[in-house]
Design a protein around this ligand. Structure first.
Ligand code: SAH
Length: 400
C-alpha cells in the first residue's frame, strides 16, 4: 500500500477539502508509488485524510480524488464522477453547442478539462476534446475516456494535451485521437444563435474560448447601433456576437492571421454583411494607440487579452500591460461608451484587476462606472475550497 504521511499540522487545508498536497507538507512516503498511482494521505497522527494521485515530479505532489475513506479509486469511481459532471452541465447549460463538461478540481477530477462541441445540423453526438494536465488523470486516461463516451453518447474523443503545464508533472505534451473518428477540419457549432467554426486540432486550447459565452451574449445585447472595437478577437467571438446584436461597424484586432481567417469564415457562416467588419492582423498594443492617434472612436470596446501573468513573478509586468491596454481602451470610447475588459491571469485576482482598471481610468481622465462584474459561465464552477480555480474575471464599465 502507498501511504503519504504529512508533517504535523499540515493536514488543515485537506480537512477544509482543498485537494492539493504540496511536496513540502510531506513527512514520508511508504511504498513506491509510480506517477499517477493512488496513495492514501494521512495526518502526522495517522488519521485518514483522502485518497490522492501521486505526482513525483510536481511541487503539487498529490491531488486528492476523494475525502471519503470508503470510496475506492477504480473504474466505477471515474464513471460516477464523469456522469455527475455531465448531468450537472446538461441541467445548467442550454442555447449552445459548446460546453465545458469537466472543469478539473471543481468536478472532483483534478487536472482534467473536457469540452463538448456539437455541430449544427449534425447527428447531435458531437466531438469531445480533452486536456490531461496532471499525472493522476494521465494514468486513468483510458477509464476516463470510456466514462466520457458512455456518459455523453459521443464516441469521438480528441486529446489536446499540448500545454506546458504538463512538463511540471514530468509529462510530455501530446495531441491525438483517443476514441472514435478523426475530427473534421472544422466543426460548425452555434452559441446564442451565432455560428462559429471550431478547429479542435489546431485552435487555441480545445479550439474555442467556451468560458466567454455569457459575456459574448452580453455584448450581443448591447451592440445595437454601436461602433464596436474587439481587441484580441481570436476567431471573432465577440465580433460576431456584436454583429448579431446589430452593431453598426466592428473593428477587430488579433496577431494571429489564422484566427482572423476563421473569423472571416464565421462572418460568411452567419450570412452577416462582411462590409461591416474590419479585421486587423496586428499587435494590439501598437494598434490601439494608432487608432487613437488616427482619431477613431467607438461606442463599445472589448479587451480580452491572453494570460499576461503566467505566474506570481509576472504580476508587475502583467499589471503594466493590462493598464496600458485599458488606458487606451478608455480613451477610444465616446462619452457614454461601454468597456468590456477581462483578465484570465489566475495570479491577478479580481480586486487587483479592478485597481489596475481604476488606475487606467484615472490616467485616461475619464469617470468610469462599473455596471457589472463578469466571469466565466456556469460550466466553469469554482469550488469554494479551491479559490485557485478562479481565473477569468471581467468588468463592464461605462464612461460618463
Ligand atoms: N475573445 C476571444 C478569445 C481571445 S484569446 C474569444 O471570445 O474567442 C486571446 C487572443 O489574443 C488570441 O487570439 C491571440 O492570438 C491574441 N493575441 C495575443 N497577443 C496579442 C497581441 N500582442 N496583439 C494582438 N493579439 C494578440
Amino acid at each position: 500500500m502507498n501511504i503519504v504521511t504529512l508533517k504535523p499540522s499540515k493536514e488543515k487545508s485537506l480537512l477544509r477539502r482543498h485537494p492539493w498536497v504540496y511536496a513540502n507538507a510531506i513527512d514520508r512516503v511508504e511504498g513506491k508509488p509510480t506517477p499517477g498511482a493512488t496513495v492514501i494521505v494521512r495526518s502526522a497522527d495517522g488519521r485518514f485524510l483522502g485518497r490522492a494521485a501521486y505526482s513525483p515530479h510536481s511541487q503539487i505532489r498529490a491531488r486528492v480524488w476523494s475525502f471519503d475513506e470508503n470510496e475506492p479509486i477504480d473504474h466505477a469511481f471515474f464513471k460516477r464522477r464523469v456522469q455527475r459532471a455531465v448531468a450537472d452541465r446538461r441541467a445548467m447549460v442550454s442555447g449552445t453547442g459548446a460546453v465545458r463538461l469537466i472543469f478539473g478540481e471543481a468536478d472532483g477530477l483534478p487536472g482534467l478539462i473536457v469540452d463538448h462541441y456539437i455541430e449544427d445540423g449534425g447527428d447531435g453526438r458531437g466531438q469531445l476534446v480533452c486536456q490531461f494536465m496532471a499525472a493522476g488523470v494521465e494514468a486513468w486516461k483510458e477509464a476516463i475516456v470510456a466514462a466520457l463516451t458512455s456518459a455523453t453518447g459521443c464516441p469521438n474523443v480528441y486529446e489536446r494535451s499540448d500545454v506546458s503545464i504538463r512538463e511540471k508533472e514530468g509529462l510530455e505534451q501530446i495531441t491525438g485521437l483517443l476514441a472514435g473518428d478523426e475530427p473534421p477540419a472544422t466543426i460548425i457549432t452555434s452559441e446564442n444563435g451565432v455560428r462559429y467554426h471550431v478547429d479542435v486540432r489546431n485552435g487555441h486550447k480545445t479550439g474555442f474560448y467556451v468560458d466567454q459565452r455569457d459575456n459574448r451574449a452580453l455584448v450581443q445585447t448591447y451592440a445595437r447601433e454601436r461602433e464596436v472595437l474587439n481587441c484580441f478577437c481570436y476567431t471573432g467571438g465577440f465580433s460576431l456576437a456584436a454583429m448579431k446584436g446589430g452593431a453598426k461597424r466592428v473593428v477587430s484586432i488579433d496577431s494571429s492571421g489564422e484566427a482572423l481567417a476563421t473569423a472571416q469564415k464565421n462572418v460568411e457562416a452567419n450570412g452577416f454583411d462582411s462590409a461591416l467588419a474590419t479585421w486587423l492582423d496586428a499587435d494590439a498594443f501598437k494598434t490601439l494607440r494608432r487608432l487613437y492617434d488616427d482619431g477613431e472612436r467607438f461606442d463599445l470596446v472589448v479587451l480580452d487579452p491572453p494570460k499576461f501573468a503566467a505566474s506570481r513573478e509576472h504580476v508587475d509586468r502583467a499589471a503594466r500591460a493590462y493598464k496600458d491596454i485599458n488606458l487606451t481602451g478608455f480613451k477610444l470610447l465616446r462619452p457614454g461608451g461601454l468597456l468590456f475588459t477581462y483578465s484570465c491571469s489566475g495570479a491577478i485576482d479580481s480586486a487587483l484587476f479592478q485597481k489596475i482598471v481604476a488606475g487606467a481610468a484615472a490616467d485616461a481622465r475619464v469617470d468610469a462606472r462599473i455596471l457589472k462584474r463578469l466571469g466565466a459561465g456556469v460550466d466553469h464552477p469554482l469550488l469554494t475550497a479551491f479559490p485557485e480555480g478562479e481565473y477569468l474575471k471581467g468588468l463592464l464599465l461605462q464612461i460618463a
